[in-house]
Every structure is written in C-alpha cells, then in structure tokens.
Design a protein around this ligand. Structure first.
Ligand code: HQG
Length: 190
C-alpha cells in the first residue's frame, strides 16, 4: 500500500472510530463502560465481524497519528476511548478545572439568533465544546456554514459556579453557556 493510500485508510478508520466510540457503538455490537472505555480486544473483534477489520498495529497508528488526538488508550493499552465529543450517555469522570479568562466557540451565522435567545446548548452531544484558541473555533465554525467566533466569559461563568472540564485532548467542556456570558459579533451577519 502506498503512503497516500495508507493515510487515507487511516483517516477513514478514524472517522469510523469516532462514530462507534462517541455515538453508535451498537452498530458493531460494541459495549462501552460507564466512562466510555471499550476493551481493545472487543473492538478489534467487532470491527472484524462488521467488515472493518484492522490490526492492533493499525489501531495504534490511528490513535497516535490522529490530528486532534481524539482517542486515547489506557496505560496498558487494553482499553480505548474517545476523549470528547460523545453523544452517548457516558461520564468521562474528568475533574472540574478552572478555565482561562476567555474561551472561544466557533459556530455558523445561521445559528446566531437562536444562540442569542437560548445561549449555547450541547444539543446532541454531552457538552458544549470550547477552545482556547480562535483558529480552532474558526475551523469548527466552518463545518457548519459561514463561520463566526463567539467569545465566552469563562472566568465569569466559573465565578458563578458553572463548571468546566478539560478533555485529554485539550478541548474545554461545559454543560451550557447562558447567553449573558457570550460576546456576540458587533456586525450583523448577512
Ligand atoms: C450550535 C469537533 C442553535 C453550535 C470540534 C454548533 C468540537 C446552537 C452546533 C466538536 C445552539 C452543534 C464539537 C443554540 C449551540 N441554537 N445552535 N442554542 N447552541 N448551537 O458538532 O461545537 O473534529 O455538536 O454552535 O473540535 O460544532 O469532531 O458541536 O454549531 O470539539 O473531533 O449547534 O467537534 O471535534 O454542533 O463541535 P456540534 P461543535 P471533532
């Protein structure tokens, strides 16, 4: 297999892993424990049974080479989980952490009216996702349409006892962001 093809298949496997480890483990008959971990042996077996066979070495490459470090092994590499982004009801069991003064959220202009009214909601996921840098927020926003970056007063939220968690891959998570803590763009989107 040439390098390009290998890269593409890694990307494909990574997308599929996101689907099963975050959203739909049942499509390959996989069970996640309460904290979202799957047994690596089970995962490899179930992938094989569903026409998605990969080797342990390929799985290690998917985890290690993932651009956002979306997946993580436990210490002895017998278990694996997604570090954030779940829609399945699991408890990542992250300790609350004091956030930086500000955090950013990238969204699409078409959602702005609704966000002004309701604040940021986690919708299908378990948390609202925030980043420490604007460029990540911009990329996330672009996935939904014409991007806009919202500035979140995380310091104010923290002061008001709203909790934050930092995922293993550096994404800030919180249950919701009430509209009063959001700085909206001054310009009116077209
Ligand atoms: C929007 C990526 C209307 C919200 C990233 C977003 C992230 C509202 C969309 C991770 C709303 C949900 C998650 C409201 C929120 N009214 N729209 N009240 N509140 N929204 O995909 O943050 O590459 O569930 O602004 O790095 O875009 O997948 O969340 O536009 O960490 O690893 O509803 O996905 O990681 O969309 O992305 P999503 P997200 P990965």
């Amino acid at each position: 297999m040439n390098k390009n093809h290998a890269g593409k298949s890694i990307a494909k496997t990574s997308k599929f892993l996101s689907l099963v480890l975050r959203h739909r483990p049942e499509i390959i008959g996989l069970e996640l424990d309460r904290q979202g971990w799957a047994e690596v042996d089970d995962l490899l077996t179930q992938l094989g049974l569903h026409g998605r066979s990969i080797t342990q070495e390929q799985l290690v490459r998917v985890v290690e080479e993932n651009d956002k470090q979306r997946f993580r092994f436990n210490g002895d590499r017998t278990r694996i989980r997604a570090s954030q982004g779940h829609s399945v009801a699991i408890d990542l069991a992250l300790p609350p952490k004091k956030p930086p003064t500000q955090l950013f959220h990238g969204t699409a202009t078409r959602f702005l009216d609704s966000i002004r009214q309701q604040g940021l909601l986690s919708r299908s996921r378990q948390h609202v996702h925030l980043s420490q840098d604007k460029s990540t927020a911009e990329k996330v926003g672009k996935r939904h349409g014409s991007p806009v970056i919202l500035v979140v007063d995380s310091e104010g939220m923290s002061r008001d006892s709203l909790e934050f968690f930092l995922s293993d891959n550096g994404v800030w998570l919180t249950e919701k962001v009430p509209e009063d803590y959001i700085e909206f763009p001054k310009w009116k989107p077209i």
